[in-house]
Design a protein around this ligand. Structure first.
Ligand code: FAD
Ligand code: MG
Ligand code: MG
Length: 321
């Protein structure tokens, strides 16, 4: 399927998300290999089917340690380390809370408060035991569940980038639904890739503006992608691990620009928890990250843009740096 002259777009639905691969040579066989690779990765990390590597760990919770492959161990090790950072909004053991709320799935409801507090007792990342020598993972309490939904797409986007590079591709874009990773810049557009920043809750494809990046990943986490409305509130899928409820602050979305999509995915969640003021201060100390916050009071707040350019399109929102 070609979208523009000289651009070859290939799409699929994997991981419950629309996937788009853009190439500049017609190469359906390469596209098939990319989708196959994503499928293999999904089979390792999904918690939506019983037979993944992550589900093997979850099913053995409270009973025994499970030996996993090196890439699975490594991603869990990273997710665990991020979860143990001081005041972290990221928690790899958020699984029981995610499963109970079912946001984005059939049967979503606001659970009773007592149930949420009972489930929170199963979300202590200190109760994950990692043994690097044995490459094993053990969840100490029965009912605990690892959920890598906030990090796995980022990791997989980097796996695809590495695969394309290995195949000799120098210009490509992969979009895993919220996680964009790029190679080089498009031909005839040396300034880079154009990546749209969606208008929150817009019913069409309206954009707040367009980011321009080269050889960077752009990851967005927003409350408007998976949510439901009940009691005049928006219940979305980014949970506050301290309360078991959707994170409730001034934000509608966080976009991170970084080399690795893995970092983008990790930091969208961490910065979501930090909010605008603390988040901007944090990113100022990190030469490798840029961030765009979109707030409930209609502001687009950018860190000093080192790795991207932003062209505003919707001027009813206030842009500030
Ligand atoms: P992010 O903000 O990056 O992550 C939000 C997700 O992270 C939540 O959905 C939850 O899973 C988890 N999470 C929530 N709060 C926290 C927290 N505080 N700390 C850590 N993690 C948190 N969707 C389907 O509809 N059907 C599928 O079959 C399906 N299969 C998938 C398989 C894989 C391997 C992956 C990675 C995702 C799959 N998804 C599926 C999508 C998944 O359910 C999440 O919606 C998606 O991963 C969210 O990613 P995001 O980048 O939009 O949001
Ligand atoms: Mg993500
Ligand atoms: Mg994330």
């Amino acid at each position: 399927m070609t979208t523009q002259p000289g651009v070859y777009g290939y799409s699929a639905v994997l991981m419950g998300s629309p996937i788009l691969l853009k190439l500049f040579d017609s190469n359906p066989s390469l596209a098939r290999q990319v989708f196959q690779l994503i499928k293999q990765q999904e089979n390792l990390f999904t918690v939506n089917r019983a037979d993944s590597a992550v589900m093997a760990i979850n099913q053995a919770a409270g009973q025994r340690a499970v030996v996993v492959s090196e890439p699975v161990f490594e991603l869990i090790r990273v997710a665990h380390a991020v979860s143990l950072l001081p005041d972290s909004a990221f928690n790899l053991t958020i699984g029981p809370v995610v499963k109970r709320w079912k946001i984005g799935f059939q049967g979503r409801t606001v659970p009773p408060a007592e149930e949420i507090s009972a489930l929170l007792r199963l979300t202590d990342p200190h109760q994950v035991v990692l043994d690097a020598d044995a490459r094993s993972v053990m969840l100490r309490q029965p009912g605990m569940e690892i959920d890598l939904g906030a990090i796995a797409k980022g990791y997989i986007a980097d796996v695809v980038q590495a695969f394309l590079r290995q195949q000799g591709v120098t210009q490509a874009l992969i979009n895993l639904g919220g996680n964009v990773q790029t190679l080089g810049a498009p031909p005839h557009e040396p300034a880079g890739w154009q990546i749209g920043l969606k208008t929150p809750f817009a019913s069409d494809d309206a954009l707040l503006g367009v980011l321009q990046v080269k050889e960077k990943s752009v990851v967005t986490s927003g409350i408007y992608e998976r949510y439901f409305l009940q009691d005049e509130r928006c219940w979305h899928h980014i949970f506050d691990p301290r309360t078991g409820y959707p994170l409730d602050n001034e934000l509608l979305s966080v976009t991170v620009i970084a080399d690795r999509s893995l970092d983008g995915d990790i930091y969208t969640t961490l910065l979501y928890g930090m909010g605008v003021a603390r988040g901007l201060a944090y990113v100022a100390s990190r030469a490798d990250l840029d961030v765009i916050f979109v707030t409930r009071d209609r502001q687009i707040v950018c860190s000093a843009p080192r790795h991207f350019r932003f062209q505003q399109q919707d001027f009813s929102w206030r842009l500030r740096y």
